[in-house]
Design a protein. Structure first.
Length: 491
């Protein structure tokens, strides 16, 4: 049986009152005050305060806080964005938490839970600590050097988000799990690179020859780096490893690299060249956001049967090679200069939404011998012309007449087609899945034959004034959510 809950406000606190059968407890959900010093109460109206949600998120005035004896549950990172917080204190009678020199720990001082984001300078983790909690050093922008003791066994990968002043890790040489070289954090055997400190001012970095794996986000937002040299022997680069490394201009990946993860080069805005082996497998959106040089090579698998990535900076029309039978998801992500796409006869699979960020694409042209796809007036259909798959975003038509053969419009087929003001739908159309998201669409008449209108169909159609439809058309979840115009029923 669920525990009844009641939310209310008391002074600067928003609280949630839980009412189990045996006793009531209070969770502090939000603090809305502006005080620099806050004493969290032990009880409110004789009801113990036992839990803390994201209560102090973005409290930029907060400098010090004292947690009560009754508190036994702290939510995930309740001090996110508290950039002035320098001191966390805990009532010494608290059975779960403790503080040492203003830093929050569990009662046994084995887990470091939160380092105050407003602290400046170096910090030496106590010898008793074996675990660093998720988000423990989030937002610690002025932390400069972190000394890691010999018994620390577990560090969460996302423990150092936004530590933009951190210049190095120093690991006790007797630690059996971690090590550091020139301030960079590794596993003990130095085969796995865990974290390159964001505050290091080096422009060049040579990854040690021993490294075979680079972990998630290892170089995240290291904006001063313009060059990284990788060793032959590197086999794996995990997700977002170089996210927002804005100083990188070119990358040469070794022949030994077997796999590169998702969003690895996302928001590397100045990256122009990636050199890699065709045998390297790439994760979903591995090259998303990579613009490349306009004449940069298009990436395929070794057999030239799968198109992995088309450079988003490449301009004009493109003809997919005859050997290609598959387009990897995200291959055409953000290709805003692609104008026309010629599809060969053996292409068998195109992912849903593959072209919904190709803002200049005016036409699809499908080889007439392709057994799966076809095109009519530059619009992509299935072979029989009964399913409309994708309307090209860059086509400048104001009005589009959907062919009379169409019975189904696939999800996302008209996403962000912002030139269209009118779409004429045929009698015989039975199913519309997904959204139109056409910001200049002004009115639409749905045919009497329509059996189903999908979820959020007219989301982001701010100028849509009228929808004409049958009462017999079934509606998906929030099918007309956000529509504030007039519904006109035809029956």
């Amino acid at each position: 049986m669920a525990t009844p809950e009641e939310t209310t406000f008391l002074g600067d606190f928003s609280i949630k009152l839980k009412k189990p059968e045996d006793s009531c407890t209070v969770t502090i959900e939000k603090y809305s005050g502006i005080s620099e010093k806050v004493l969290v109460p032990d009880n409110i109206g004789d009801i113990p305060v036992t839990a803390l949600g994201e209560a102090f998120k973005d409290c930029t005035n907060l400098v010090s806080i004292t947690l009560p004896q009754s508190l036994v549950n702290i939510g995930q990172n309740p001090f996110s964005g508290c950039y002035s917080l320098k001191e966390i204190d805990v009532d010494e009678k608290n059975p779960v938490y403790a503080a040492c020199e203003g830093v929050l720990f569990d009662k046994d001082y084995t887990t470091l839970i939160k380092y105050p984001p407003g602290r400046k300078g170096d910090y030496t983790i106590p010898d008793s600590v074996t675990n660093i909690e998720k988000g423990a050093f989030d937002d610690c922008r002025e932390l400069t050097l972190l000394n890691i003791p010999k018994d620390l066994m577990s560090i969460r990968l996302d423990a150092f988000t936004e530590c933009e002043g951190l210049i190095g890790f120093m690991v006790d040489e007797n630690n059996p799990r971690y090590s550091s070289i020139d301030g960079v954090l590794f596993h003990k055997e130095e085969k796995t690179l865990l974290n390159y400190p964001r505050g290091k001012d080096n422009t060049d970095y040579i990854v040690p020859d021993s490294v075979t794996r680079i972990r998630n986000g290892a170089f995240r937002e290291c904006k001063t780096l313009s060059s990284i040299t990788f060793p032959e022997g590197l086999e794996l680069i995990e997700d977002e490893a170089f996210y927002k490394c804005e100083g990188l201009t070119e990358i040469s990946l070794p022949m030994s690299l077997r796999y590169i993860g998702e969003d690895v080069f996302k928001e590397c805005s100045n990256l122009e060249t990636i050199t890699l082996s065709r045998t390297t497998k790439a994760g979903y959106r591995a090259f998303d956001g990579f613009s490349g040089k306009p004449d940069e090579d298009i990436l395929f698998d070794k057999n030239m049967t799968t198109l992995l990535k088309y450079p988003s900076g490449k301009k004009g029309a493109y003809t997919i090679p005859d050997s290609v039978n598959n387009i990897k998801k995200g291959a055409f992500g953000h290709c805003n200069r692609l104008t026309k796409l010629n599809i060969p006869k053996d292409l068998m699979f195109i992912e849903y939404g593959e072209f919904d960020k190709c803002g200049s694409l005016t036409d699809f042209m499908v080889n007439e011998n392709n057994p799966i796809y076809s095109s009519i007036d530059g619009v992509l259909f299935d072979k029989e012309g009964t399913t409309l798959l994708q309307y090209p975003l860059g086509n400048t038509r104001k009005t589009y007449h959907v062919p009379g053969s169409v019975v189904l419009i696939r999800e996302g087929a008209f996403n962000y087609c912002n030139c269209l003001t009118s779409i004429i739908l045929p009698e015989g159309l039975k199913f519309i899945y997904g959204q139109f998201r056409c910001k200049w669409l002004r009115s639409i008449t749905l045919p009497m034959s329509l059996l189903y209108l999908g979820e959020n169909a007219f989301e982001d159609c701010p100028r849509l004034k009228t929808i004409t439809l049958s009462r017999n058309t079934k509606m998906g979840y929030k099918a007309i959510e956000g529509f504030s115009g007039e519904l006109i029923y035809r029956d």
